[in-house]
Write a protein that binds this ligand. Structure first.
Ligand code: SF4
Length: 373
């Protein structure tokens, strides 16, 4: 059946949630048991694995997350291994996933678990929630999946599904809407399988009730108010979009006479703290990308460089920005005169040594074009 078939006026009030023990739960769990994807973080009650997967998958598609998850577990098989690792090693293992504060928080939380909980992952929801980088959703996931606690785990998928199940006509980003969804999920959680139920809802959001809902395949359409009202395609209601800023930047791969590249570790604090970077920065009004890269290199290194040519233009996004990065190959005419800049020294590093150092996405993509990552 087509969800748009009976398009009508938006419901004025959200529909009541299905009551506990409702067929909704049975239908959803039965469907999940039959179709769930066999990801390596499923079928385990190990809170460490569940925690890492949940943090990793916040900004990463599940299929892509498998490779990162498997590599992470090889490098850090347990909490102790993360707690004892240097920050640089944790950031390097996180490379490619973006939002590096998540990796820093994992390390801090692992240290906290070792120091305050004797290496045992805390079971109580509020203790899980107090760990660095752990929010309501992640705490609910770990508590329900690892420890069987009746805690909802409401992420964007579940918000979208329930905006439809309850036919919520308020913007879904509003605090009231999220509260309504959280309470509706809490009321439905089966006492004997809260973790399965939470995972089933996420799977429903990922496989069936996505941006374009496939209502004809949906195991819970009999209890979906938006399906009934013909409003599924209009839910969730979005709020006003915050504008994304477009930044145009440059970076130089500056080589010295020995073929070494100029890089530095960013100072602690601020965006991309502790990661490595190439010299570069923003393009100013009226400046060409080539002029901008020459200016940034001269400013950073205190000596001019010959700009040899553009290697690539890469596009990437971070926080609320979209960025276009022009990458140039440059050479120093004279022996390198590195100097301190913002408290972090520029260094000359052989290309083969760059692979193990974490770079922000744009710079990493440039280095990949040269086969150095
Ligand atoms: Fe359609 Fe099912 Fe989503 Fe309701 S929950 S909108 S029936 S896919």
């Amino acid at each position: 059946m087509n969800a748009k078939r009976k398009r009508g006026k938006p419901a004025k009030r959200a529909a009541p949630a299905p009551p506990p023990g409702h067929p909704y739960v049975r239908n959803l769990l039965g469907w999940y048991a039959a179709v769930k994807r066999p990801f390596p973080w499923r079928g385990t009650a190990d809170p460490y694995r569940i925690w890492i997967s949940e943090i990793m998958l916040q900004q990463t598609q599940a299929e892509r997350g498998v490779r990162h998850f498997t590599a992470w577990l090889r490098r850090f098989p347990d909490i102790r291994a993360v707690a004892e690792a240097a920050e640089a090693d944790v950031l390097a293992a996180w490379e490619g996933l973006g939002y590096y504060s998540r990796a820093r928080n994992i390390r801090l939380a692992a240290k906290r678990v070792m120091e305050e909980h004797g290496g045992e992952f805390p079971r109580a929801h509020e203790k899980i929630l107090s760990l660095p980088g752990v929010g309501d959703y992640t705490a609910g996931s770990i508590a329900s999946i690892a420890f069987g606690a009746p805690e909802p785990a409401v992420d964007a998928n579940v918000l979208r599904v329930f905006a439809r199940v309850l036919d919520i006509c308020a913007p879904i980003a509003a605090a009231g809407a999220k509260r309504m969804v959280t309470e509706a999920v809490r009321a439905l959680l089966p006492a004997d399988a809260p973790g399965e139920f939470n995972q089933a809802l996420m799977e429903l959001g990922a496989l069936v009730c996505g941006r374009s809902p496939k209502c004809g395949e949906c195991p819970v359409r009999g209890d979906c108010a938006a399906f009934r009202n013909g409003t599924a395609a209009d839910r969730p209601v979005k709020g006003a979009k915050s504008a994304r800023t477009l930044r145009e930047t440059v970076a130089g791969i500056v080589l010295d006479a020995d073929g070494k590249a100029c890089v530095r570790r960013r100072p602690p604090g601020g965006l991309w703290a502790g990661m490595w970077e190439l010299p570069g920065g923003e393009i100013e009004n009226g400046e060409s990308p080539g002029e901008a890269v020459a200016r940034h290199i001269a400013g950073a290194l205190g000596t001019p460089a010959a700009v040899r040519g553009e290697i690539a233009v890469v596009r990437h996004g971070y926080t609320t920005n979209r960025a276009v990065l022009h990458g140039y190959l440059c050479e120093l005419a004279e022996p390198a005169q590195t100097r301190r800049d913002d408290g972090a020294a520029w260094k000359w590093v052989a290309p083969g040594e760059l692979a193990s150092r974490p770079f922000p996405a744009g710079h990493r993509k440039l280095l990949e074009r040269l086969g150095w990552k």
